[in-house]
Design a protein around this ligand. Structure first.
Ligand code: C5P
Length: 217
């Protein structure tokens, strides 16, 4: 199953819960882009330096789990679960993700993991590029206002003191960047089913996806 959509839709939580309910694996491809971005920043490479970033890729050792209950992401053996969600990484991740060498490199890994059995794979280009033959493609969206307020609560719960206007502007900027890049932009696949979660909570979104999954057998 492919689950795509912009930031702040509850996509990750919904996908993980759907995977657990279906006894399937769960792959968070956004976390993979975040790990590469963290490595780029740690190495002191400018995220806009396409060649510098491409040259770093072969040396990267990272692991992204597929057990929905055990989401421990590592870089060079170190747990980076917290640092990949930092403001620094979030600010730089779209630029690193627009780099075609990064996309090509991660595509291979994502397709390998996605092909290893029943999987829920979440991202921006899963239904269009990574798994165009997925049995079910979901495009999860919500109004910009609701997405900003969800992200605002998430950031607040993580112990930071966000400003709603700043969070909203950052979300709009990232989605705009992701939607307008040349390679594998964020878009719904032609055969994706759009779920608008503006008025749905997590449980209702999960239920909506599970109903569609049951219909597909
Ligand atoms: O899902 P998450 O917000 O963690 O994704 C972080 C970033 O990774 C996105 O804003 C996007 O730039 C990139 N991404 C991508 N393709 C994917 C998943 C994520 O370009 N399949």
């Amino acid at each position: 199953m492919a689950v795509d959509g912009p930031s702040g839709t509850g996509k990750s939580t919904v996908s993980r819960k759907v995977a657990a309910a279906l006894n399937a694996g769960y792959l968070d491809t956004g976390a993979m882009y975040r790990i590469v971005t963290l490595a780029v920043l740690n190495a002191g490479i400018d995220p806009a330096d396409e060649v510098g970033v491409a040259n770093l890729l072969p040396s990267l050792m990272f692991a992204s789990p597929v057990d929905p209950a055990e989401q421990v992401h590592t870089l060079a053996g170190e747990d980076v679960g917290r640092s990949i969600r930092s403001v620094h990484v979030t600010t730089a991740v779209s630029e690193v993700s627009a780099n075609p060498a990064v996309r090509e490199w991660l595509k291979e890994r994502q397709q390998q993991l996605a092909g290893a059995g029943r999987m829920v794979v979440e991202g921006r280009d899963i239904g269009t590029v990574i798994a165009p033959d997925a049995a079910l493609k979901i495009y999860l969206t919500a109004s910009e206002e609701v997405r900003a307020s969800r992200r605002y609560k998430e950031v607040g719960a993580a112990g930071r003191t966000p400003d709603l206007a700043v969070v909203r502007a950052a979300i709009a900027h990232r989605d705009n960047y992701d939607s307008n890049r040349l390679h594998a932009p964020l878009q719904a696949a032609a055969d994706a089913i759009v779920i608008d979660s503006t008025d749905l909570d997590i449980a209702q979104s999960v239920e909506a996806v599970l109903v569609l999954a049951a219909q597909r057998g």
